[in-house]
Design a protein around this ligand. Sequence first.
Ligand code: C5P
Length: 219
Amino acid sequence: MVITIDGPAGAGKSTVAKRLAKKLDVAFMDTGAMYRALTVKALRLKINLEDAQALTGLAAKTVIDLCNEAGKPLKVIMDGEDVSEAIRSLDVTNNTFYIARTSGVRHVMVDHQRRMGQQQSMVGDGRDLGTVVFPKAEYKFYLDADFKVRCKRRVDELRAKGQVVDEEALAKDLAERDHQDMSRTVGPLKQADDAVHIDSTAMSIDQVVDFIASRVRLT
Ligand code: C5P
């Protein structure tokens, strides 16, 4: 069984997907973490982020594992190294779109994600899971929320981690990221025709999780 949750940045996808996976006792696949992990490597190796061929070659020889251990946060392992923290830096966040817009990279990632989906039941979150990666997924959701609410959630999340946040810059980055994700030619952010749209503006994380769980169980 595959449950896909797509949507824009800051809609709460990862938090919802993680809790839902725990509730249903299935794996959690954070596909954004995979694109981020490759970004970490490309930045470290100072690869020209405009060079699609170099990025595709890099994706093909990079091993990215998502480590789901019951009761523990998801670990993102790149070539054997735990990069779970490194992938969340601002530099990585702001450069991931170069990696994500490269069609050769997306092919490698999509193949990898499909293999993971064949091996186990899972909840996956991303941008193109319902449209491209798992077009035949049993359950598809598109999670959205008002822009201001999404910004506030991101600000709260970063502040809770002790980070100093420039709210204006964050809003600008988030809007830019949405635009980049929606306008790229390969795997753009888009609601699948058969996905259930959830507007979480006035909903808590638990309410969203319960709503999805009820849909999954009833159908
Ligand atoms: O979900 P998260 O914000 O961590 O994703 C980081 C970036 O990775 C997104 O802004 C998007 O550009 C890219 N991404 C993607 N396709 C996915 C998941 C993430 O292009 N399935």
